[in-house]
Design a protein around this ligand. Structure first.
Ligand code: ZN
Ligand code: FE
Length: 259
């Protein structure tokens, strides 16, 4: 039976650790730092069987060189420079996760970076989406266009509603403050804010989230909703012709938003 645990790094990064406690094999996703990973694995008595990387930013790959061994599979996007990578993956690739034996599907989801990938593991209903989809928000457009990011998010949103969403950062509460500004009447937002505030107060992550929760609370997945579109048009002070234009206006609004 696989489990997924969060290891905190830097201010607000999560390094996700998938493991089979029976066989003590573990796989880490986006190890921006090696120290917290090594001490966590040591404490659990788990052995590192592979590393997955979603994109090339240092807060996601900075720990790889110190974790690398000659025999360790290090799997990341073929389109980006990932330190010590042993296997480059492309859109729609499938592979068996080393050490854990489950099938992984790769989705190329450009926008935050151009080669960014997500790893979807259908058998446990888990999605590791790096800095593309966040709890109630999405990543900034550092390399890609609004059109690319919008398409990438639509693809993730089409995964089963029960999918557990493992994001690269703890940004949920700040994102919910923005979401409430966009949709003050959305009841799901108030419920989610109360639940996630309680988690943070207990020292727990707000993640994983569920895709169905994102679908009803994440404004960046809700650009076809009439009230989201109307709010974006009011803020942009012009009509927005399609979903991409609404998405771009929301992303720009959020870039300058102070709660
Ligand atoms: Zn990033
Ligand atoms: Fe990041």
């Amino acid at each position: 039976m696989l489990c997924v645990q969060a290891v905190k790094a830097f201010n607000d990064n999560y390094i996700w650790v998938l493991a089979n406690p029976d066989t003590q094999q573990a796989v880490v996703v986006d190890p921006g730092d090696s120290e917290p990973v090594l001490s966590f694995l040591d404490k659990q008595g788990w052995v590192l069987a592979a590393i997955l990387a979603t994109h090339h930013h240092p807060d996601h790959v900075g720990g790889i060189p110190a974790l690398a061994r000659p025999d360790l599979p290090i799997i990341g996007p073929a389109l980006e420079k990932i330190p010590c990578r042993t296997q480059g993956v492309n859109d729609n690739d499938r592979f068996v996760l080393p050490g854990l034996g489950v099938d992984v599907e790769v989705l190329h989801i450009p926008g935050h970076t151009l080669g960014h990938v997500a790893f979807h593991i259908p058998v446990i209903g888990a999605l590791f989406c790096g800095d593309t989809l966040f709890g109630a928000g999405c990543g900034r457009l550092f390399e890609g266009t609004a059109e690319q990011m919008h398409r990438s998010l639509q693809r993730l949103a089409a995964l089963p509603g029960e999918t557990q969403v493992y994001c690269g950062h703890e940004y949920t509460l700040a994102n919910l403050a923005f979401a409430q500004r966009v949709e003050p009447e959305n009841r799901h937002l108030a419920d989610r804010l109360a639940a996630d505030r309680a988690r943070i107060a207990q020292g727990e992550p707000t993640l994983p989230s569920r895709m169905k929760v994102e679908q009803c609370t994440n404004p960046f997945l809700r650009v076809t909703d009439a009230s989201v579109r109307a709010a974006a048009e009011r803020h942009a002070q012009r009509p927005l012709e399609d979903g991409t234009a609404v998405f771009a206006a929301l992303r720009h609004w959020k870039d300058h938003f102070r709660a």
